[in-house]
Design a protein around this ligand. Structure first.
Ligand code: AN7
Length: 360
């Protein structure tokens, strides 16, 4: 059999739309090309005639959407001769930076908040052998340190203030348009440091501008109530939420996110930790899709806005699931309604357990 087409990552696929030279050495782990899965059971529960898809970004190489931006940021850092990169992170950026830096053969320094990072993300950063600096402070403190130190040390910042990050991340919008044959009517996503909403808006706008589509979605972005600077209208000093990925009080892409919301005529909203966890569980139980708590806020948002009619019936909606559920096993296990059944290793006990627990 002749070899069929081998997917080699988003830079290779979308090089015509990215600031890449023909001879650029691409640092890739095959990121992008993630599934767009149609939800079946949750729309039925809502009793609404809607087309909802999830963009399952947890299936990227390091299990979050950050890989889309990181392949670009590390590729360009290497091209520009950089030997080291640095980022502040609530977890996923550090996991991705660590992996792509390893791939490139350069050093990654990551600054993470003390004790507030999900276990899977810490495992990734440690496993890839980057230099992990855990600070007595939150993400925002880490972010200011990174911006300061980059003026004094030979390191390239790979947070989303690095413009190549957003360039890579905009390709998620391209993929969605290609799969749907149009832009969705609404795009729901979590909002933290505000890089992703800015990148999606850029991607949708570019394909709209060159005439691939003639419409752009309303951008609907959601924050955790304890960490909701866009709802308060100003930075929040001590952000708190169980969704540690979006525990960010001073978002770096503040103006870009407001522009996306205004130009798209979308909106921001907020959810309690309980609501976030309930939507995470619902998605896992009803659709078989496991995302991390921060990602589930896009489901919470979609459900609230569909139920209220703010998103009308007949709409096509895409929710981005930014990270995989296995990133944060502690939170998943703690909130599971059913702990494992403790039973004897005997046929009758297993049979009885099956009969008691069959779904009707
Ligand atoms: C799963 O890793 O900021 O609004 O340092 O990990 O683009 O920041 C993570 C953010 C949503 C928010 N969902 O996206 C980091 C970091 C997940 C995330 C967001 C993040 P942005």
């Amino acid at each position: 059999m002749p070899p069929t087409h081998r997917y080699t990552g988003l830079i290779d696929k979308y090089r015509d739309y990215l600031p890449i030279h023909d001879d650029t050495r691409i640092i890739s782990l095959g990121e992008g090309n993630t599934p767009l899965i149609r939800l079946n059971n949750i729309p039925k529960l809502l009793k609404k005639d809607i087309n909802v898809y999830v963009k399952y970004e947890g299936l990227n190489p390091t299990c979050s959407f950050k890989d889309r931006g990181m392949t670009m940021a590390i590729t360009k850092a290497v091209e520009e001769g950089s030997r080291a990169v640095i980022c502040a992170s609530t977890g996923n950026t550090s996991a991705s930076a660590a992996a792509y830096a390893s791939r490139a053969g350069i050093t990654a320094f990551v600054i993470i908040p003390d004790g507030k990072i999900a276990l899977g993300k810490l495992a990734q950063a440690m496993m890839h052998g980057c230099v992990v600096m855990q600070i007595e402070g939150n993400f925002d403190a880490g972010m200011s340190l990174v911006k300061e130190v980059a003026d004094h040390a030979p390191v390239t910042i790979v947070n989303s203030i690095n413009p190549y990050r957003l360039q890579g991340q905009k390709t998620a919008a391209f993929e969605i348009i290609e799969e749907l044959g149009k832009a969705p009517d609404y795009h729901c996503l979590p909002l933290g440091n505000a890089g992703n909403i800015s990148a999606y808006w850029m991607g949708y706008s570019e394909f709209n501008q060159i005439g691939v589509v003639n419409q752009r979605p309303k951008m609907c972005a959601y924050q955790a109530s304890g960490s909701a600077p866009f709802l308060r209208g100003h930075p929040v000093a001590n952000p708190e939420t169980i969704a540690t990925a979006i525990r960010i009080g001073n978002p770096q892409s503040w103006d870009k996110a407001w522009a996306a919301q205004k130009e798209s005529q979308g909106w921001f909203d907020e959810f309690s930790d309980d609501e976030i966890l309930r939507s995470q569980k619902l998605l896992a139980e009803k659709e078989g899709i496991f995302c991390e708590p921060a990602s589930a806020i896009s489901i919470a948002g979609m459900m609230r806005d569909v139920t209220s009619g703010k998103i009308p019936e007949g709409s096509t909606i895409v929710c981005t699931l930014t990270g995989h559920g296995l990133k944060d096993p502690d939170t998943a296990i703690k909130q599971s309604a059913k702990p494992p059944l403790k039973i004897k290793a005997e046929l009758n006990d297993v049979k009885a357990a099956i009969e008691r627990n069959l779904k009707m």
